[in-house]
Every structure is written in structure tokens, then in C-alpha cells.
Design a protein around this ligand. Structure first.
Ligand code: GDP
Length: 477
């Protein structure tokens, strides 16, 4: 438990500057917005004639255990799938055709609701689709610590082949460790060449099974509804390997898929339940917010009393609009929910004031021997292909056994929002060579606390990274 220097000074009725002076005397360097631990606080308070009483608040006590499920309590659950791919390759069309052909709208009032995710039943099993296609949403959630996707369907148009965003989607999925099933779309089109797509993807490490690899490919046409059932079957086949399970009989936990403010109903959010079961009337915390479940609706607008693992449902009863990716956790009662939310709001304020960067080259430099940070993740963007290749080549040569360089994504062109999110989700640093981010992208980098380093001379770039790496090496005796 830590306390902010400004708060401690205020509680003791002294000037923060005086407190900081005494801290420096103890060898502790801190600024007014930083926090010190309880023990240090006790010592420094004693200097001023105060006793510090520890009234720790640990939200862990109140949250349902997340990792304590016994094997026999686990039940199979459907896979959660995100569709990715280059723009216009057919992501939306595929999502639509799957939804339309597999949701039973026969029920009374069966109007499908767009809640950000939907659930389909096939003869072979159930699948949940996240409705926001693309790697941006996927990685934005990951940057918040939420990995809800079990499997990615990578859509590649058979008449267009592997493009920029195809490559990005592959790198984002790989960085997340999520397996890919390839859907070669638009096979109805003249000029469609599925084999070319296979060759191009094989170059990116997605080698089809018939060529000795382990990537599953399906030829489809979203427009002519060809191969859709086969694709779903292959997705379920791939999911079986993952042995996805969850315990339905515990307090519900999940993540926010999307959220909005509804005029009549207040803050509503789509929650993807990941373990346990949520019930109407349950109290919960979610990010900085709290609430009590007033209503649960499924993707067909049907009212439910409860919802279990891998079900996407719309929940009403939030005291504010949460963010996509926020964790949703059922707790004992509303009092606990409020307490946790208050404590988080306090911590959030502290963090904002401290403006701490997630991961920087300096931190990397400062990492001491014995610490585990031995992989330097980089996203590299440069102006032209030629310098791009030279930089990657030079960086790969720096990579060694003790400190490894992982270039998790690279490309030519400006630094984009999705680069920032990928870096944020993967604790990576962005290297920009002869490129600049737009003002908007700069804002996102600041928000996500991602470091971008700019260079226009290759040897300087390489020298700095090299220094950072040797700073991490254990001293040799
Ligand atoms: P997204 O940007 O990846 O979501 O792509 P869309 O689903 O919006 O599709 C882009 C365009 O390709 C639209 O005009 C679709 O009608 C068309 N399209 C999608 N799938 C197919 C297909 O299987 N065959 C053909 N011929 N056109 C398709």
C-alpha cells in the first residue's frame, strides 16, 4: 500500500516541500505527485511526530477468485472469434452472412440486436463472434489487459492477396498468441487465385496443412454464401485443440466489448462472460465503475435472468459508461462494489498525476541484472522499403542470447494508432525512421503511455539500441 506525498503532507498539515526535504535526507527521491510505501511513510511521519496507522484496502479480498477453479468444475465453452483482414476483403460481409444464416430468428420478436458480439449455433457446436472486425479493436482491448479472443479468422480476398492490413493482422494476432484460421474470400470472383493467397501467406509463416504446415485454410464467398458452413466447422475443429473450458458455477467475471449511454436506460454495456454466471440483481465492479445488474439481454433482445461463460449479453445498471476491455466482476454487494470503485478512482488519479510511461528505453537501460526484462519488443516504421530493410537487418544482428530483440511489427509509412496500441499491448517501444506521427496519433501515444523514438540516421539508431541492450546485460566478472 502506498500513499501520495501530497496526501500525506496534507494529512499531517505540513508543506509537501518539507516532507520532500526529509525524504531526500533519507535518500528517497520523490516528487509531490509520487507515492511512497507505508513503511517509508511511517518513518517520515515519525519525524514530524505522527504515527501512521496502516488501514490497507486490498480489493483482492472482495473479488471472486479468478484462478482457483478445480478441474472437475470446468465445462467446455464456445470459442470467441474475431474476424480480421485488409479493408474491403469482406470482413463485414462474412460477419453478416454468418449471423443471418445461423441465428434463429424464429422466436417471437426475434429481431437481432447489434450489441457488439453475437452467438451462433451450428450442428457441430456454438461459436461467439465479436462484431467489431479488425485488429485495432482487438489490440485496443489487449492494451487494456483484456484478451477475450480465442481465435482469429483472417479474411484475404482471393483476387487481391496479402495486403498491408493483412500483414498487420497477422502480426497483431501473433503478438497476442492467438491462432489463425484463414478464410480465402471472394472465390466467386473472376481472377480469384486462392493458391496465390496460400503462397503469399506461407511466406508469412501461415503454411497450409497440405504443404506440411499447421494453418487451416477455407475457401469461401461471403457474397454467394459458398463454404460458410465448412469454415465454421474448421473454426470449431481448431477450437477443440484449445480445450476451452470455464466454471459456470461461481461469481461471474467477464470483459466489456462495447458500452454506450442510452437515453432511456442509462449506461449499458455488452459484457462477454468469461467464467461463472451473472444474475439479475448481482452487484458488480467494472473498471472505475460499479453497479447492480438491472437487466440482462441477449443478442436477440431477449430478457434473461442469468448468463454463463462465453455468452455476450447487454447489461443495464452501470453507474457510468465503462471502456471496452474493462473487466466486469460480480462482488458480494453494492457496498463492496462502491468501495472498490472508489479505491480505483483514487489510484487512477495518482497514476495520471505521476504520468508514468509504460515502457521506455531508459527503463530498459535501468533494468538491473537478474531482472526478467530481457526481450526488447520493437515496432519499426520507416519512410522507404530500403531503409526499412537495412534497419531490420542491423537490429536482428544486435539480437543475442542474453538480450533478444523482437520486431513484433514493421512497415513503411506513418506511425498509426494501431501501431501504438500494439506497442502498448506488448510493452514495446516504437522506432520511427524518417517518419512522424500525426497530432492525433501523438495523443494516443501519450494516453497509452507508449514511447516513440525518432531517428534519421541509421547508425545512431543502432548505437542507441545497442547501448540499451548492453545496459541490460548481467555484468560479467
Ligand atoms: P470489409 O471492409 O473487410 O468489411 O469488407 P466488406 O465486407 O465491406 O466487403 C467489401 C466489398 O466486397 C463489398 O462491396 C462486398 O459486397 C464485396 N464482397 C465481400 N465478399 C465478397 C465475395 O465473397 N464475393 C464478391 N464478389 N464480393 C464480395
Amino acid at each position: 500500500e502506498a500513499i501520495r506525498i501530497a496526501d500525506l503532507a496534507q494529512q499531517m498539515g505540513i508543506k509537501a516541500q518539507d516532507l520532500i526535504k526529509n525524504l531526500i535526507g533519507m535518500g528517497v527521491m520523490a516528487t509531490i505527485n509520487q507515492s511512497i510505501d507505508a513503511d517509508t511513510a511511517a518513518i517520515i511521519a515519525a519525524d514530524f511526530g505522527y504515527d501512521v496507522e496502516k488501514i490497507g484496502f486490498s480489493e483482492k479480498e472482495f473479488l471472486a477468485p479468478v484462478h482457483e477453479d478445480k478441474e472437475e468444475d470446468l465445462r467446455p465453452r464456445p470459442p470467441v472469434v474475431t474476424i480480421m483482414g485488409h479493408v474491403d476483403h469482406g470482413k463485414t460481409s462474412l460477419l453478416d452472412v454468418i449471423r443471418k444464416s445461423h441465428i434463429t430468428s424464429g422466436e417471437a420478436g426475434g429481431i437481432t440486436q447489434h450489441i457488439g458480439a453475437y452467438h451462433v449455433t451450428t450442428p457441430r457446436g456454438e461459436i461467439v463472434f465479436l462484431d467489431t472486425p479488425g485488429h485495432e479493436a482487438f489490440t485496443a482491448m489487449r492494451a487494456r489487459g483484456a484478451q477475450v479472443t480465442d481465435l482469429v479468422i483472417l479474411v484475404v480476398a482471393a483476387d487481391d492477396g496479402v495486403m498491408d492490413q493483412t500483414r498487420e493482422a497477422i502480426n497483431h494476432s501473433k503478438a497476442a498468441g492467438v491462432p489463425i484460421v484463414v478464410a480465402v474470400n471472394k472465390i466467386d470472383k473472376e481472377g480469384a487465385d486462392p493458391d496465390r493467397v496460400k503462397r503469399e501467406l506461407a511466406e508469412h509463416g501461415l503454411v497450409p496443412e497440405e504443404w506440411g504446415g499447421d494453418t487451416i485454410f477455407a475457401n469461401v464467398s461471403a457474397k454467394k454464401k459458398i463454404g460458410i458452413d465448412e469454415l465454421l466447422e474448421l473454426v470449431l475443429l481448431q477450437a477443440e485443440v484449445l480445450e476451452l473450458k470455464a466454471n459456470p458455477n461461481r461469481r461471474g467475471v467477464g470483459h466489456i466489448v462495447e458500452a454506450r449511454l442510452d437515453k432511456g436506460r442509462g449506461a449499458v454495456a455488452t459484457v462477454l462472460i468469461q467464467a461463472g454466471t451473472i444474475h439479475k440483481g448481482d452487484a458488480f465492479t467494472c473498471g472505475l465503475h460499479a453497479g447492480k445488474i438491472r437487466a440482462i439481454l441477449n443478442d436477440q433482445g431477449k430478457m434473461l435472468k442469468e448468463a454463463g461463460p462465453a455468452m455476450p449479453v447487454e447489461v443495464q445498471g452501470f453507474d457510468g459508461v465503462p471502456d471496452a476491455g474493462d473487466e466486469f466482476v460480480v462482488v458480494a454487494d453494492e457496498k463492496v462494489a462502491r468501495k472498490i470503485s472508489d479505491s480505483r478512482k483514487g489510484k487512477q488519479r495518482e497514476k495520471e498525476l505521476a504520468k508514468e510511461t509504460k515502457f521506455t528505453l531508459d527503463k530498459f537501460l535501468a533494468a538491473k541484472a537478474g531482472e526478467k526484462v530481457k526481450v526488447l519488443n520493437l515496432v519499426v516504421k520507416s519512410d522507404v522499403q530500403g531503409s526499412q530493410e537495412a534497419i531490420i537487418d542491423a537490429l536482428n544482428k544486435l539480437s543475442g542470447d542474453e538480450v533478444r530483440i523482437e520486431i513484433i511489427h514493421s512497415g513503411t509509412g506513418a506511425i498509426t494508432e494501431s501501431d501504438i496500441l500494439l506497442a502498448s499491448a506488448s510493452n514495446a517501444i516504437i522506432i520511427g525512421f524518417n517518419v512522424r506521427p500525426t497530432a492525433k496519433v501523438k495523443d494516443v501515444a501519450e494516453q497509452e503511455k507508449v514511447e516513440i523514438r525518432f531517428y534519421n540516421i541509421i547508425y545512431k539508431l543502432v548505437a542507441e539500441i545497442k547501448d540499451a541492450m548492453s545496459g541490460m546485460l548481467a555484468p560479467t566478472i
